[in-house]
Design a protein around this ligand. Structure first.
Ligand SMILES: [Zn+2]
Length: 426
């Protein structure tokens, strides 16, 4: 007997009337109209069942600290980094863990069950590293938390930067990070990429560097990252995050850069909410959008994912762990408003993001983990448009969260009472 049988589901690829059979935490079968005995049956009523959301770029050590010790007045990346520097000496492990766990609760409620979080390794005490390793242990039964050793103050620029990062990896941090555009010179930035890539190759680690988070068109560290990925045979194991300078780069140079990134198998993680907020701050008018070239990268064959990056922290005072909000902003900023473009933005917060994180057992196929979300929408386009309610969130066949359907009771003159949740009737 099956543990769970979901019937009459619409899948992100457009198949309708689908049944998902779950046995022992895994998907046993996905087929049309299956009827089989199960301990629990869920009629999806034609609504969308999607694999869970994935956030491939986040900062869980800073999340929910908005206003501590003060608010970012200029709204710039650099004031955010300075503010984080003011907050760091005041951090306690207990408060950091409490905030991170609260955020993980928000995430689960939104069907976000895998997060790659950077953790600042610049402080020699590695307080944040220890705290997030503890959070990772505590949330493991319900959320995959992958940690990136992130030298926020620059691995070469800050004293002891390399040693601190290595110690974080020794403690069990999963991925090697970097921030080449924050090193003192372009040459130091390139040297940091080479050093960190060699370190990752030595230790067989994945890599995810903050790369060119700047409006400076000459910030070209993504080129070095792609070159090193090829040189060291690390195709498919490396991601460049942000890459906002590409927005401002010369078109001829980009025409040479895109094939290099594609050949190197480097994935790109764009963070639409944050990029549209933090970039272009030195511009008067016109103001640049400052998001990387998402559709062009996708067309070149690069795996592009969207991250949330920040929720209520020194850089950003908004957010709720809703990856549909991220996709919504992404499609606006990138002008990906065709039906195909909108669907690509849905993939950027699901399958593409899972590929960046090398998640095992992800997807809606036989043999995958039964980790999926029932949304109050009939397809990915409607899901993004409505930032649809996550009616039910399952992980490995277990129900983790439920939210009542969103409806509005209407009291209109000369009309019988009606309800609406803003779908367009077919
Ligand atoms: Zn970041």
């Amino acid at each position: 007997m099956l543990n769970l049988l979901v019937t009459n589901a619409t899948l992100p690829d457009g198949r309708t009337g689908m049944s998902i059979a779950v046995e022992g935490g895994r998907i046993a079968e996905v087929t049309q109209g299956l009827v089989a005995p199960a301990h629990e049956t869920l009629d999806a009523q034609g609504l969308l069942v999607a694999p869970h959301f994935v956030d491939p770029h986040f900062h869980m050590d800073a999340t929910l600290s908005y206003g501590l010790p003060r608010v970012n007045e200029s709204g710039t990346l650099l004031e955010g980094i300075a503010l984080w520097g003011e907050l760091k000496p005041l951090l306690t492990a207990e408060a950091l863990i409490e905030r991170a766990l609260a955020y993980c609760d928000w995430a689960v409620a939104k069907g976000l069950l895998a997060v790659r979080s950077h953790v600042d390794t610049s402080d020699p005490s590695l307080l944040a590293v220890d705290a997030l390793l503890e959070v990772k242990r505590q949330v493991a039964p319900y959320l995959d938390l992958q940690l990136v050793a992130f030298p926020q103050d620059g691995v070469l620029r800050s004293p002891g930067g390399v040693d601190n990062l290595k110690r974080a990896l020794d403690k069990g941090v999963d991925v090697v990070g970097g921030i080449p555009h924050f090193e003192r010179t372009m040459a130091d930035g390139a040297a940091s990429v080479k050093l960190l890539m060699e370190l990752a190759a030595e230790r067989s680690k994945l890599v995810d560097m903050h790369c060119d988070e700047s409006d400076d068109p000459l910030s070209r560290h993504i080129e070095t990252l792609a070159f090193e990925a090829q040189r060291l045979g690390m195709q498919g194991r490396v991601a460049g995050s942000h890459c906002t300078s590409m927005h401002s780069m010369d078109n001829y140079y980009v025409s040479k850069l895109l094939p290099l990134i594609a050949e190197s198998g480097v994935g790109v993680v764009s963070n639409p909410l944050i990029n549209i907020t933090l970039q272009g701050r030195h511009d008067t008018y016109p103001k640049r959008r400052g998001m990387t070239r998402v559709p062009e990268l996708m067309a070149a064959g690069v795996n592009v994912a969207f991250g949330h990056d920040c929720v209520m922290d020194p850089w950003y005072g908004m957010g709720s762990g809703d990856m549909l909000e991220v996709a919504h902003m992404g499609l606006h900023v990138a002008q990906m408003t065709s039906q195909a473009g909108i669907r690509q933005c849905f993939e950027a917060v699901t399958t593409n993001a899972a590929r960046v994180m090398h998640l095992e057992g992800y997807g809606l196929e036989a043999g995958c983990d039964a980790s999926f979300v029932l949304l109050q929408a009939r397809d990915p386009v409607e899901a993004i448009r409505l930032r649809a309610t996550r009616l039910k969130v399952f992980r490995k066949g277990r129900l983790l969260a439920e939210t009542p359907a969103a409806t509005a009771a209407l009291h209109l003159p000369d009309r019988a009472q009606a309800t609406s949740w803003m779908i367009q009737k077919p």
